[in-house]
Ligand binder design. Structure first.
Ligand code: PEP
Length: 258
């Protein structure tokens, strides 16, 4: 089955209005590319309205890097799904390793966030669920066990119909922001495991789920990664802050269609 390539930019706590204009202009110049590749930009939440003003032809989608699982209330510093949705987001990252490690995103909270996102009304949002093993877990031969545990916990209450609104990003924690990329075979092996696991749980619905690789993807490493059968695109941190590099990564994803 041909899935549309997908590339997601995660700016983390970087970027500003100037970079918003610069990356948006670079993307606008490549409007044709955007017919072949779905591009999602996840800036810091306060930049979503600036992006909303820049977005064109509905070709670029916006995403939030996180959102709170509660609808409203006394949660100082947090953003609700309603707020990020109003600010233009139609994707929400969940379970990024930085949130798991630094900001208390436990398995229970991740499950609650996934449920809240998939039942959000009136606009249904998409979940980008991030999973990945630590360096020591890989060294111990536990990669698949860790990934399976994270998938099972996060998707415990997700139906086959809801799966159409889920993207999964495999991001080995040891590769995020470190300059160490998983080699294409390592990444493909885990992606194939995820695809098989989804198939066992969800049967045919599993075929539509985009599986992204993330972890120090750069313009030069993207082509070999995206040539792998089960890698539908990437979740891009550092390189998404450089318009030329990000566009080169999007072109590498476009090459999957040929
Ligand atoms: C990320 O933030 O999800 C990520 C993959 O970052 P980087 O590309 O910088 O490793």
């Amino acid at each position: 089955m041909q899935r549309q390539p997908l590339v997601i930019a995660n700016w983390k706590m970087n970027g500003n209005r100037l970079l918003t204009s610069q990356l948006a202009a670079a993307l606008r110049e490549q409007a044709a590319l955007l017919n072949d590749v779905d591009v999602v930009i996840c800036p810091p939440a306060v930049l979503l309205p600036s992006w909303q003003q820049e977005v064109f032809y509905d070709a670029v989608h916006l995403g939030a890097q996180d959102a709170n699982e509660h609808a409203a209330g006394a949660h100082t510093g947090e953003h609700s799904l309603q707020l990020v949705s109003e600010a233009g987001a139609d994707y929400v990252l969940v379970g990024h390793s930085e949130r798991r490690q630094l900001y208390g995103d436990s398995a229970v909270r991740i499950q609650a966030k996934v449920a809240a996102i998939l039942t959000h009304a009136p606009q249904q949002l998409k979940v980008v669920l991030c999973v990945g093993e630590q360096e020591q877990e890989r060294a111990n031969g536990d990669t698949v066990k860790v990934i399976e545990g994270q998938l099972a916990e996060a998707l415990a209450n997700v139906s086959a119909a809801q799966l159409a609104h889920v993207v999964i990003a495999y991001e080995p924690v040891w590769a995020i922001g470190t300059g160490k990329t998983a080699n294409p075979q390592q990444a493909q092996d885990v992606h194939a495991f995820i695809r098989n696991w989804l198939q066992q749980q969800y049967d045919a619905a599993a075929k539509t789920v985009p599986l992204l690789y993330g972890g120090s993807v750069k313009a030069d490493s993207a082509p070999a990664l995206f040539a792998e059968t089960d890698i539908d695109g990437g979740l891009i941190g550092g390189a998404s802050l450089e318009p030329e590099a990000f566009l080169a990564i999007c072109r590498a994803a476009q090459a999957r269609r040929s």
